[in-house]
Design a protein around this ligand. Structure first.
Ligand code: ATP
Ligand code: MG
Length: 210
């Protein structure tokens, strides 16, 4: 008798910081696809030459741990944080597959904005072979446009891409960083322990952050 493959969600992101928008899409996809767990993967430190200012990976990793601790289905992987420089999703998924001896099926979870970029990711073809993609609706990204773009991607790569309608949360890390920088409240936009961590470590209060 062959055991049924486990189904794991992969939630990649910069998580700078992690907020309720991330948590809601991960939980909705877990529920809808009956996933055994969702693995959150914060991105690593960007290469030095990269122009964009991103908070140190160790802080983003800690915040991701704090935000997900109350959900028994959520876990956090340091697979990208442990690697210096740019990491590509395709390489991360390959490594994860190896780690699980190819005994698990992966569902890569993205928001509407991320799925629209999929064709620009490294080895999109291979990536779509390695895991299923689930795109969640996101305020600011019209459902009709998203559906059209997804249909185009499905045609181009001959692969199914799933869409899920989630409760709309007009929250972004960029907006939260701006609010913190202006000493505005971010209560309820992120998990309380994450807010405490931000205050304790004095993150996002220097005005040169994007
Ligand atoms: P930033 O403003 O810094 O880009 P972000 O809020 O977009 O941050 P990311 O870490 O870039 O967060 O996103 C990780 C993943 O979560 C992406 O696939 C993104 O589309 C998705 N996502 C983030 N916020 C939402 C939201 N409010 N609704 C749906 N999907 C979201
Ligand atoms: Mg983003």
């Amino acid at each position: 008798m062959t055991a049924q493959k486990k189904k794991f969600g992969i939630m990649g992101g910069t998580f700078d910081p992690i907020h309720i928008g991330h948590l809601v899409i991960a939980e909705q996809v877990r529920d809808r696809f009956n996933l055994d767990k969702v693995i959150f993967i914060p991105s690593g430190n960007p290469p030095h030459k990269s122009r964009k200012k991103v908070t140190e990976a160790r802080h983003r990793f800690q915040m991701t741990l704090l935000a997900t601790i109350s959900n028994p289905y959520f876990e956090v992987s340091s697979i990208e944080v442990d690697r210096e420089g740019l990491t590509y999703t395709v390489d991360t998924i390959k490594k994860l597959k190896e780690e699980y001896n190819n005994e698990a099926e992966f569902y890569f979870i993205t928001g509407a904005d991320a799925i629209l970029d999929l064709a620009t990711w490294k080895s999109t073809d291979e990536l779509l072979e390695l895991c299923k993609f689930v795109a969640a609706t996101r305020p600011g990204f019209k459902l009709s446009k998203m559906e059209k773009e997804i249909a185009d991607l499905e045609k181009k790569y001959s692969k199914k891409i799933y869409t899920i309608l989630v409760p709309a949360l007009k929250v972004s890390s960029t907006d939260i960083r701006h609010r913190l920088n202006e000493n505005k409240s971010v209560k309820y936009l992120l998990e309380e322990p994450v807010e405490s961590y931000i205050i304790k470590n004095k993150l996002y209060n220097n005005s040169n952050k994007e």
